[in-house]
Design a protein around this ligand. Sequence first.
Ligand code: F6R
Length: 586
Amino acid sequence: MCGIYGFVSENTHQAGEILEGLKLLEYRGYDSWGVAVKIKKQIKVEKSIGKIGNDKIHLPQTNLGLGHTRWATHGGVTVKNAHPHLDCKKNIAVVHNGIIENYRELKKELSKKGHKFISETDTEVFAHLVEEFLKKEGFTTAVKDAFNKIRGLNAIVVMNSLSSEIIAAKTGSPLVVGVGNEEFFISSDSLGIAQHAKKALFLKDNEMVVLGKDIQLLSLPKGARLSPKFEEIEYIQSLEEKGKYQHFMLKEIMEQPAILENISQNYQVTIQDLGKKIKKAFGTYFVGAGTAYYACLAGAYLFSKIAKVHVNTEPASEFNYLEDFLTPKSLIIALSQSEETIDVIEPLQRAKKRNSKIIAITNVQGSTIYRLANEKILLGAGPEKAVASTKAYLAKLSILLMLAFSMKGQIKQAETLLIKGAKEIRRILSPKYLKKIQKIARFLKSKEHVFIIGRGVSYPSALEAALKIREVSYVHAEGIAGGELKHGPIALIEKGTPCIVFAPNDETYNAIMSNAMEIRARGGIIIGISFRDSEVFDHYLEVKDLKEATILVQIVTIQLLAYYLAVLKGYDPDRPRNLAKSVTVR
Ligand code: F6R
């Protein structure tokens, strides 16, 4: 959460370039933004609340500047709390991603020494800490000593009006340095710098970098010199643009057929290899958060049904409390689109301590989860920029489906199903079908609640569908296992309550249709997603029977429904309130 962007250069740059860099990082947080530039021996700052949108910056040209786009943790969304934060003398500017867990004690100590704080943030403490250390030592040592005093998982970048250097250090969230022509860029994501740099250094935890005329990489806590290992990075402009689409969410939904085709054609060897490891392991655990967790849950059903193998899964944030049974023979398969989710990183760190083997299935190369894992599989879904995950979910399901079939020695069958799935999704993405979904969105526009039911492998679809609707349209949506309805939730059904029913052509059909009838008998309005129409359905969306691959297609109808509902209600589906794409704090 929070996006950091900055540069130090031999040449002058427009301050507006920092704002452009931040725009690419807004998926990480968009409560407020701020920029600090060094002009002669002074720091000038401009901040604003809300998304950057068409905001312009009025700061002069500079050769050293930092910017930040915030997802608030400590202190409300105000201009005062927006980063960069300064010290008392306004010589030090700090941008930060993470939480300084001991900031209260540090603030108390610093206040006693006479430091004056103007924000409610934990970050401001760091600017004053550096100020304090600078009284007795140079800039690099002051930042190192300040960083060693803070606790938590943090990424911090600091500038000093009296120095021509930018210093960054991290124990948690990502930071990447881009090497340009007589200049360095620093950012939370290579997306932010790829236009300017072909070579990048991905900082590891407990590393610090000093950027000026050259680059110095140091280890923390001691500050020993390290030799940086640069990687090539690629700038693919088309992936960063919405093209003909109004929103990234719609663009990413539309990309899904091609993703299924890619996985069906290019993942055989990787998947068969992973299947062998699962067979050898003594206990396999899928770990993921939010949408990724629902992919894990669907995976557990697919494994049981197809491969006849039991895998365990829990939401990643709960897995920390279930680590005691892990052994060196356990296999943890982590699913994470962003690679940065703290709720996934923590259980992996614990599993590592117990010498369990870790395999990461992710969409981003080179970040924390990628490095923690013994082996990695890339989803190949391309950057997902809308906050709500769509194409990464389908990519994960596709890999899990292939994996389950490969363990049964039938990977070819999965490949055929994925190709059929891609074809059926293309049908759903056709204008005629979209009109049907838009009609249902208009019906739901005035509703406050919607329930979604499914059984078996369609139960995770119900959970994911509810999450999609909630997060982008702010309608209260709940995914429920069909069999659980009578154990409580049915009390909420009254005349006119909308209920989406996943009724595929599998062993769940009869039971889920009985649940739909029970809802209808109480006045509920049924939106059926099924291979055939029924008199129980008030609205019907056809999803052809694709056997085990039906789950890949049925969720696309609700991704679209959530999208159209958000747009109808006047919300920005790409940037839902209170959310961020990378969840780097607990
Ligand atoms: C919902 C959504 C989130 C993420 C979750 C995990 O649409 O995107 O629930 O799935 O925050 O993120 P990753 O996959 O990056 O670990």
